[in-house]
Write a protein that binds this ligand. Structure first.
Ligand code: SAH
Length: 237
């Protein structure tokens, strides 16, 4: 059986002792049935991956000791994913897939036609962590609070290009080239972007409008397709 991988939100180092939370102890000792002496892999999103050993296993707490580094930190490319939250399960899917596909930061944005007014940022962050645990990642993308698209664009970093996914571009082919510097993928909500938003996005000098093919994809499909394309052409695959 594959070794358990657990994200720990504290800087790890050789010999570091890590006190476990109630949830972590429940997961490792109650659900996964590890006992004292068992080994697992841990990562903190900053220092790579470590082999750790269970020193104490309790019902509600426990202690791990970090033994040795097994992998260095592997940062994803400097790629953000901006998306408009949709239904709960589909939003969860987008965050999970973005973490697996190597997005560096996940920014839920509120657009004019965004379906939901609020998100559970902590829950989405947990999905990103679980995706990293599961896919062997050593980095966990941060999930931002829901922010208005207009506000983000107003302070947009001059050097960060926008892969603006727009179904109106169908037929224009895909032109994504240049160096892999800072980028962001932008995906709209189920209702698409408003005309004003589309005009604004297209007018930005950093904007590269792209088509994802002749069919209109659901936002969750579009996010995975765009991440795949970007990673294939400019990323770390
Ligand atoms: N406006 C559409 C649906 C939007 S689909 C309608 O209501 O008919 C949700 C988002 O996925 C879009 O805003 C866009 O960012 C992306 N998307 C879906 N299909 C796409 C395609 N073929 N090309 C580029 N982007 C696409």
């Amino acid at each position: 059986m594959a070794m358990i991988r657990l994200f720990l939100n504290q800087p790890l180092a050789s010999g570091e002792r890590v006190a476990l939370s109630r949830d972590q102890a429940h997961y490792l000792f109650g659900v996964m049935r590890l006992g004292a002496g068992a080994e697992l892999l841990v990562f903190d999103g900053r220092t790579g991956e470590w082999r750790a050993q269970v020193a104490e296993a309790g019902k509600r707490d426990g202690l791990l000791i970090c033994v040795e580094q097994t992998r260095p930190l592997q940062m994803p490319p400097d790629l953000w994913l901006l998306f408009a939250p949709i239904k709960k399960a589909r939003t969860d899917f987008i965050v999970e897939k973005a973490a697996e596909m190597g997005a560096a930061r996940i920014l839920p944005v509120q657009t004019e036609y965004t379906n939901s007014e609020r998100i559970r940022q902590d829950r989405l962050q947990t999905h990103a962590i679980e995706a990293a645990e599961q896919c062997g990642g050593t980095f966990v993308p941060e999930v931002d609070a829901l922010t208005k698209l207009a506000d983000i664009l107003r302070n947009w970093p001059p050097d960060r290009r926008l892969m603006f996914c727009d179904e109106a571009e169908v037929g224009s082919g895909l032109v994504l080239n240049g160096d892999p510097g800072p980028w962001a993928i932008v995906i709209g909500p189920e209702g698409g972007f408003s005309d004003a938003e589309r005009t604004r996005l297209k007018a930005m000098p950093q904007s590269v409008p792209v088509s994802l093919g002749p069919r209109i994809l659901r936002a969750d499909t579009a996010a995975v397709a765009a991440l795949t394309l970007w990673q294939t052409l400019l990323g770390d695959w």
